[in-house]
Ligand binder design. Sequence first.
Ligand SMILES: [Zn+2]
Ligand SMILES: [Zn+2]
Length: 257
Amino acid sequence: MRKVPHALFSILFPDECRLCDTPLHGYTRVPVCAACLSAPTALEADYFCAQCKTPFQNRFPLDLEGRCALCRAGARGFDAAYCFGFYEGPLRDLIHLFKYNGMKPLASPLGEYLSRALPLDEAFDAVVPMPLHWRRRFDRGFNQAALIAAQVARRRKIPLLHAVRRVRATSSQTGLTNARRRDNVAGAFRARRGRPLEGMRVLLVDDVMTTGATGSACGAVLKRAGAKSVTLLTLARVDRRAAAPPSAERYQTMGAD
Ligand SMILES: [Zn+2]
Ligand SMILES: [Zn+2]
């Protein structure tokens, strides 16, 4: 009989790290060992865009002010961007457990990484989580960006504002013309009524950045709602250095991240 409660306990609180199978000792809300939790490393690259912090393989895509073509063209809806690491290896594994396996307690260690990516001397008036379309939020049960945004807000003592809604699911862009695709991403967000962001320096938080098109579209909406500046903070970004640099046109059509 004594075996039964233990078996049940093991199901509720597994004894092994979900990432490396190392046995876990004692009770923990996060079924990941200390080594795996501390494995993610900060993003490193020799060449960055000064504004959006996109890493490049060499300095040729950057102008004299250190900006990439998209920032130079004013195609970004945000003024600055920070990110902890590349979306790969242990960081990606942790984000997957958090986001797709519903391990909400991981919000705390991931929020710690997110906070580390933000310079201490930058001040903000509001932390705004990247909204999820209600249908996706319903399926997942939570908005992963809101959970990590709350961590940063608490650590930095900045008010958390759910200032934008996602009014359209932007997952499917196939079959649309380029112009329609732009409208599709651009029209995906809507600010709350009134201008609650008037004059505010907004920190927009998301878990993963792919091309930045989603951050751009949301940033533009925040600005129209009165935000003085928008800084995009993400946990991880997809390393696109090996891929062809996106043209302004292609970039605006990719907004499913
Ligand atoms: Zn482990
Ligand atoms: Zn840039």
